[in-house]
Design a protein around this ligand. Structure first.
Ligand code: PPS
Length: 824
C-alpha cells in the first residue's frame, strides 16, 4: 500500500478549520471514553491517542452506569467516544436517554466505531436512516475533500491497495444528515459472496460518515473500522476537534529538531566519508525547501575526531570544513557518562577540553544546548552535570528520552530544573547499529511502515515538538537517516496540513513551555524503581536515604508530640534538622521541591540495607497541600502515611493562637472571629490567613486527595484526642501499622505531666522532658459564637468524614461522634 502524493496541490479543501463555536464555552476539554473493557486493544488505542495528544479523558465501561455528566452549568465532556457503535445502540433506555439528552443540551458529539459480530448486508443501524454492509475487505481509501471535518488531514490522495483487516463496515446513507467522510472500494478476495456487491468493484463505498445532527439533533462521526488503518488516527483527531466545536483542537504546528549526537563517535567502517558529508548538506538544502531554515544539529565529542580509517578521517575533516552549514552542541569529550563523575572539577575539566576542541576547530556553539551521552545525569538528575553545564557552556536547554520514563514514549514530557529546560526526545528507530536499509531490524518494510502511517509518522502527528536523536553511523554507508527523514517529512506534508518548522533549541524550549506551562514543575521519581534510571544514576547515591513513612499533619493536631514519641523507638530515625524549618523538611509541598532529590535525600542518614532502621519525616503542612499527594506518591509510592485528626474547630483555634504566639502581625491585629469570618471585603492578608487557618480542617476532602494516590491500607488515621490522653496505646497501634520488628514499650517511657497537662518523655534519670513552650499553650477558650460559626462551617465536611471513615474500615473518633450527635 503506497501513498501517492501527486494530486494534492489541486485539491480544494476546507483547510485549517478550528471549528470554534460558542458551544465550546459550555463544555470542559475532556473526552468520555466508553470502552468495552479495560483490556481491548481498541480501548487501549483510543486512550493512547488521547494521552499522546495530552487530551484529558475519563475511561468508563460501556454498559455500566454513566458518570456524572455535568458540573454546575457546564458539560464535563466535550465529546463522547464509544469504542463500539453497538454498545451505544444497545444501551438501556435510561442511560441512552441520559446521554442523548446531554449531547443535545450541550451540543456534544458522539464518535464511534462499528464492530458488528455478524456479516450483514444492507442492515439498518437500529433507529437511524443508515444502512451497513459489514465484514468486508476494502482497498484504495481516500477522504472526502469536501468534508467539513478535515483539519489536519489533507485530502486528495489515495491509499492504494488492500486495506488492513477484513472486517470493514461500509455505510449506505439514506438521509441528508449523513455526509461521507471517506471512501474505499471493495477488495473482492476475501469479501463475502454477495451478488449485490459482487460487480461493484469500482464503486466508492463510504467508510466513515458524519451525522450532521439533522435527524435527531446529535452530531456523530462513525468509522467503519478501527486504528489498524493509520489514516483513521488523523481522522479521529479531526473528528474530536469538529465534534467539540474546537475545544479539543491540537495545534497544526510541528517543530522538528534532528540531533546527530555523536558526529565523531562511531566504529571504524561505519563512519561518514566526504561524499556522505556532501549528501548531508544536500539533504539539508532539500528539506529547507519546505522546512524553512532547517539545520541538522550536530553534537561532538572531540576526543574521537579523526578516529576512523582511510576516507573516514577525510570525512571528519569535511565535517569541520563545512561546520558553518550546521548547528553545533557539545556532548562529552570522550563520550563518558556524566553521572560517573562525582567530582565536579573533573566533570568540568572534561567539558572544558571539549569546549577547547570547538574553539580550536572554529565550531560556533551559540545554541546554549547540550545533550548527555546515554541521557546520563539528566533524569534522574545528577546535580553536578547541571552545575558543570551552566558553568562551562551556559547550557539552558537539553533533551532526554528518560523523563518520566523511556518506556511509553507517548507519555514523555519536559521539565525545568535549575533554569535548565529539559525537553522530551522522541525515538525515530535510528540507533548506532541501524546502518543499512536492507538490514533494518524487522526488515525494510518495517521502516517504511513506520514512515508511512506507522510509529514515526504518528510521532510527528502527536507531538508538536519533535526532537530526534540520531548517530553518525546513520548518515554513512546507506545514509539511512536521510532516507528516513526526507521520506517522513514528505509523507507528513502529503497527508496532513501540519506545518513543519525548525527553530534553534532555546526558541524551541520557549515554544514548548508556552504550549505546556504545566510541565515546568518536575515530578521526582524513585530512581530505584526503574532499572534504566538506576543505570544512569551515580553509584554514590542510594535510595535507602528515603523515608519509609511520613507524618503528614495537619498542623496543630499533635504532630510534634507524635514526632518526639516516634524518635524514642530504637528502630526509627528521622531526618536531620533544617536550618529554617527545624525538624520539618517541607519538601513535597513548596519551593523546596525544586531543589531536587539530592537536596531531600541529604537530610537522611545513609541506612544499611540489612539494618532495622526505618526513616521517617514529619511535615505537618503536607496534609492540606494540593501538590504533595501526587509528588509524594511519585517518589515514595510504597511509603506509609500517618495523619492525626482532632476537632477541626479546635485545630483552627490552636493554629490562630500559634500565630499570635509567633507575633504574626495580621493575627495580632484581627480577632479570631474577624479572621474566620473574613469575606471578600477583607484585605488579602486577612483572607490568606483565614484560608491557612481553616482549610486544613476540611479533613474528608483533603483525605480524598491522598486516597486518589495511596491505597487506604497505607494510611493510618490517628485520633488526636487519644494521642493526647492515651499515647501508649496509640503508639502500640502505630508500631503495628508500621510493621516494626522491634517492639518498644512506651508505657515505660511516657508519663503524664500534671504541670503541662500532657504526656512527656521519661529520661534516664527519671525526670520528664516535655515539648517546649510553643506546644500546649495556655489561652482563653473560644467564644461560643466562634465555636458555633466553625461548627456550621465544618459540618458538611464532618458528615463526609463520618461516611468516609467507615468506608475505609476505620472507627469514628469520639470528637466526631459528639460533633454529629444531633444527626442520630
Ligand atoms: N504530648 C503532647 N505535648 C504537647 N502537645 C501535645 C501533646 N499531645 C498533643 N498535643 C497538642 O499538639 C498541639 C500542637 O500540635 P502540633 O505539634 O501538630 O503543632 S505544629 O503544627 O507542629 O505547630 C498542641 O496544641 P496547643 O495546645 O494549641 O498548643 C497540643 O494540644
Amino acid at each position: 500500500m503506497g501513498p501517492d502524493c501527486v494530486h494534492w496541490e489541486l485539491v480544494e479543501q476546507l483547510r485549517g478549520h478550528a471549528w470554534r463555536s460558542d458551544a465550546r464555552l459550555r463544555i470542559d476539554p475532556r473526552v468520555l471514553v466508553l470502552a468495552e473493557s479495560s483490556f481491548t486493544p481498541m480501548g487501549h488505542e483510543i486512550v493512547h491517542i488521547l494521552e499522546a495528544n495530552r487530551i484529558k479523558y475519563k475511561l468508563e465501561l460501556a454498559g455500566k452506569s454513566l458518570p456524572v455528566l455535568t458540573h454546575l452549568d457546564k458539560g464535563r465532556y466535550a465529546v463522547i467516544v464509544f469504542e463500539r457503535l453497538e454498545s451505544y445502540l444497545n444501551m438501556d433506555k435510561w442511560n441512552r436517554e441520559l446521554i442523548d439528552k446531554y449531547c443535545r443540551e450541550y451540543k456534544v458529539g458522539i464518535l464511534t466505531f462499528t464492530h458488528p459480530e455478524d456479516a450483514l448486508i444492507k442492515a439498518q443501524v437500529r433507529g437511524f436512516p443508515l444502512y451497513v454492509h459489514t465484514k468486508l475487505s476494502l482497498r484504495d481509501y481516500h477522504v472526502n475533500a469536501q468534508s467539513a471535518i478535515l483539519r489536519l488531514t489533507r485530502a486528495g490522495n489515495v491509499v492504494h491497495g488492500p486495506l488492513p483487516d477484513k472486517d470493514w463496515t461500509v455505510f449506505v446513507l439514506n438521509h441528508t444528515t449523513y455526509e461521507p467522510l471517506s471512501y474505499a472500494k471493495l477488495h473482492l478476495t476475501g469479501s463475502p459472496v454477495d451478488p449485490s456487491v459482487q460487480d461493484a468493484g469500482d464503486i466508492n463505498y463510504v467508510t466513515a460518515v458524519l451525522d450532521k445532527g439533522l435527524f435527531d439533533d446529535i452530531q456523530r462521526v462513525i468509522f467503519g473500522n478501527g486504528f489498524k488503518f493509520w489514516l483513521h488516527r488523523l481522522l479521529f483527531l479531526d473528528a474530536l476537534s469538529y465534534l467539540s466545536h474546537g475545544k479539543l483542537s491540537i495545534t497544526l504546528e510541528r517543530y522538528l529538531l534532528i540531533d546527530i549526537d555523536d558526529i565523531f563517535v562511531g566504529k571504524n567502517g561505519t563512519r561518514m566519508v566526504p561524499s556522505d558529508v556532501q549528501a548531508l548538506i544536500d539533504a539539508q538544502a532539500r528539506i529547507r525547501r519546505t522546512v524553512k531554515d532547517f539545520h541538522f544539529n550536530l553534537g561532538y565529542s572531540g576526543y574521537y575526531y579523526k578516529a576512523g580509517v582511510g576516507a573516514e578521517d577525510d570525512g571528519d575533516e569535511a565535517i569541520i570544513a563545512n561546520a558553518r552549514h550546521f548547528w553545533w552542541f557539545p556532548h562529552m569529550w570522550r563520550h563518558l557518562q556524566p553521572h560517573k563523575f562525582d567530582n565536579l572539577t573533573l566533570l568540568e575539566l572534561d567539558m572544558l577540553r571539549n569546549k577547547q576542541f570547538a574553539q580550536n576547530h572554529g565550531l560556533v556553539l551559540n545554541q546554549s544546548y547540550a545533550v548527555a551521552p546515554h541521557h546520563s545525569g539528566v533524569f534522574p538528575v545528577h546535580e553536578q552535570l547541571y552545575t558543570a553545564w551552566k558553568r562551562v557552556f551556559d547550557v539552558q536547554v537539553t533533551s532526554t528520552e528518560e523523563y518520566p520514563h523511556l518506556r511509553s514514549p507517548h507519555r514523555r514530557r519536559g521539565f525545568v530544573h535549575r533554569n535548565i529546560r529539559v525537553l522530551p526526545r522522541q525515538t525515530c528507530g535510528l540507533f548506532t547499529h541501524t546502518i543499512f536499509l536492507e538490514r533494518y531490524p524487522g526488515g525494510r518494510g518495517k521502516l517504511d511502515y513506520s514512515i508511512r502511517g506507522g510509529e514515526l509518522f504518528q510521532t510527528f502527528l502527536y507531538n508538536p515538538i519533535n526532537i530526534f536523536m540520531t548517530h553518525l553511523s546513520n548518515y554513512g554507508n546507506d545514509r539511512l537517516a536521510l532516507y528516513t527523514f526526507e521520506s517522513v517529512i514528505k509523507f507528513v506534508q502529503c497527508w496532513t496540513n501540519l506545518e513543519i518548522k525548525t527553530v534553534p533549541p532555546v526558541e524551541l524550549a520557549n515554544v514548548y513551555f508556552d504550549m505546556f506551562p504545566e510541565e515546568v514543575s518536575p515530578i521526582w521519581r524513585n530512581p530505584c524503581d526503574d532499572k534504566r534510571h538506576l543505570s544512569i544514576w551515580s553509584v554514590a547515591k542510594t535510595c535507602s536515604r528515603l523515608p519509609k513513612f511520613l507524618v503528614i499533619g495537619p498542623q496543630k493536631t499533635g504532630t510534634t508530640a507524635l514526632y518526639s514519641f516516634l524518635g524514642l523507638h530504637p528502630s526509627i530515625r528521622s531526618n536531620a534538622n533544617s536550618p529554617t524549618t527545624y525538624e520539618e523538611v517541607q519538601f513535597f509541598n513548596g519551593k523546596n521541591y525544586f531543589r531536587g532529590l539530592d537536596w531531600y535525600m541529604d537530610f537522611f542518614p545513609p541506612v544499611d540495607n540489612s539494618s532495622d532502621t526505618v526513616l521517617f519525616e514529619k511535615s505537618a503542612n503536607y496534609f492540606d497541600s494540593d501538590v504533595a499527594p501526587e509528588r509524594a506518591h511519585a517518589l515514595l509510592p510504597h511509603v506509609k502515611l500517618l495523619c492525626i485528626l482532632i476537632n477541626p474547630a479546635k485545630r483552627a483555634y490552636s493554629w490562630y493562637q500559634h500565630m499570635i504566639a509567633h507575633q504574626d502581625a495580621v493575627a495580632m491585629s484581627n480577632t479570631f472571629y474577624q479572621v474566620i469570618t473574613a469575606d471578600e471585603n477583607a484585605s488579602k492578608a486577612v483572607r490568606d490567613l483565614k484560608h491557612r487557618c481553616l482549610n486544613p480542617g476540611m479533613y474528608a476532602s483533603l483525605l480524598e486527595r491522598w486516597l486518589d494516590y495511596y491505597p487506604p491500607k497505607q494510611i493510618m488515621i490517628i485520633d488526636g484526642e487519644k494521642l493526647r490522653s492515651d499515647p501508649v496505646s496509640v503508639m502500640d497501634r502505630v508500631q503495628a501499622f508500621l510493621g516494626l520488628e522491634i517492639y518498644f514499650d512506651y508505657s515505660k517511657k511516657l508519663k503524664f505531666s500534671k504541670k503541662k497537662g500532657f504526656y512527656c518523655q521519661v529520661l534516664d534519670n527519671n525526670k520528664t522532658k516535655c515539648l517546649g513552650a510553643s506546644k500546649g499553650h495556655q489561652y482563653v477558650p473560644m467564644e461560643p459564637k466562634e465555636e458555633e460559626y466553625l461548627r456550621k462551617l465544618y459540618r458538611k465536611d464532618n458528615i463526609a468524614l463520618s461516611k468516609l471513615l467507615p468506608r475505609l474500615g476505620r472507627s469514628i473518633p469520639s470528637w466526631l461522634q459528639e460533633e454529629l450527635a444531633d444527626l442520630r
